[in-house]
Ligand binder design. Structure first.
Ligand code: SAM
Length: 261
């Protein structure tokens, strides 16, 4: 490409993604805030509000990294509990809630576990950290009420395999939700956004994380990811119904969703 980034084959891609997240794990949270101007927090809030988490649910957050999405789900459930339910019942319900955080990179999970302790969510027993590959999940068929993947599907080798696995492990009526950087169409905004992505982000990556290449890779991976409509049809092809998407900030990110019937 014109950005000096060479095309990579599948094996190289997996390895590269592994390296990227091993390198960025410790800087990951601060870089998210810097690169999105803090907006990723609102986008994740939106994802979780669309999920409508409920006490006692069994949920899987894939590519869960440092736990951002899982924490929001659990905090939403805890706040519902506190408002609506007697103390004794609350304990029972909280024990049943199971939120699995699955990530291929143990460094990200380690950072996540520490953050869970800091947020006071570590001792509740509802968060379960699992090392694993989105393309080949270690969970049973029809076992989850919900599935989320935030800023994760863009980096996998086979999107179709990830979608098939999401479909397999969800119960009937279970919801699939995906938050991902996507494609901006509006002309002037697109030019600004391209400039920001290709010129600003790699420099910030270099200055803050000392790692220009990893951030250059992340930017390239956004450009290669299928546009909203194409991704929506891939989700439908995996078997999901009621497939829809919502663009946020003109398509900088999109939330795709579907239901397994
Ligand atoms: N969901 C988190 C968030 O929104 O902050 C983390 C997103 S981070 C950009 C992408 C994560 O995907 C990394 O933690 C990486 O290790 C993980 N990942 C990459 N490929 C994966 C795969 N095949 N299976 C599971 N996780 C994967």
């Amino acid at each position: 490409t014109s950005f000096g980034f060479k095309e990579v084959n599948e094996e190289e891609k997996s390895q590269l993604v592994g390296n990227v997240f091993t390198k960025v794990a410790s800087n990951y949270d601060i870089m998210n805030d810097l690169m999105s101007g803090g907006l990723h927090r609102l986008w994740k809030d939106r994802l979780v509000s669309k999920l409508s988490p409920f006490p006692g649910m069994k949920h899987l957050d894939v590519a869960g990294g440092t736990g951002d999405v899982a924490f929001r789900i659990l905090e939403t459930i805890n706040s519902v509990n506190r408002r609506a339910i007697e103390d004794t019942l609350e304990d029972d319900l909280q024990r049943e809630t199971q939120i699995y955080v699955c990530d291929i990179n143990p460094n990200m999970l380690d950072v996540g576990k520490k953050r869970a302790q800091q947020r006071g969510l570590g001792d509740q027993g509802s968060l379960i950290w699992v090392e694993g590959d989105a393309e080949k999940l270690n969970f049973e068929d029809d076992s989850m009420d919900g599935y989320t993947i935030a800023f994760g599907i863009r980096n996998v080798t086979h999107i179709e395999k990830v979608l098939a696995e999401a479909y397999r492990i969800l119960k009937k009526g279970g919801r699939f939700l995906c938050l991902e950087l996507s494609h901006v169409e509006a002309p002037v905004f697109k030019q600004l956004y391209d400039y920001y992505s290709f010129s600003v982000i790699p420099v910030v990556g270099e200055l803050v994380a000392g790692d220009r290449d990893s951030y250059q890779y992340l930017v390239e991976s956004v450009r290669r990811f299928p546009p909203q409509e194409v991704f929506a049809s891939m989700i439908a092809d995996a078997g999901f119904q009621k497939v829809e998407y919502e663009n946020l900030v003109g398509g900088v990110v999109a939330i795709h969703s579907g239901v397994k019937f």
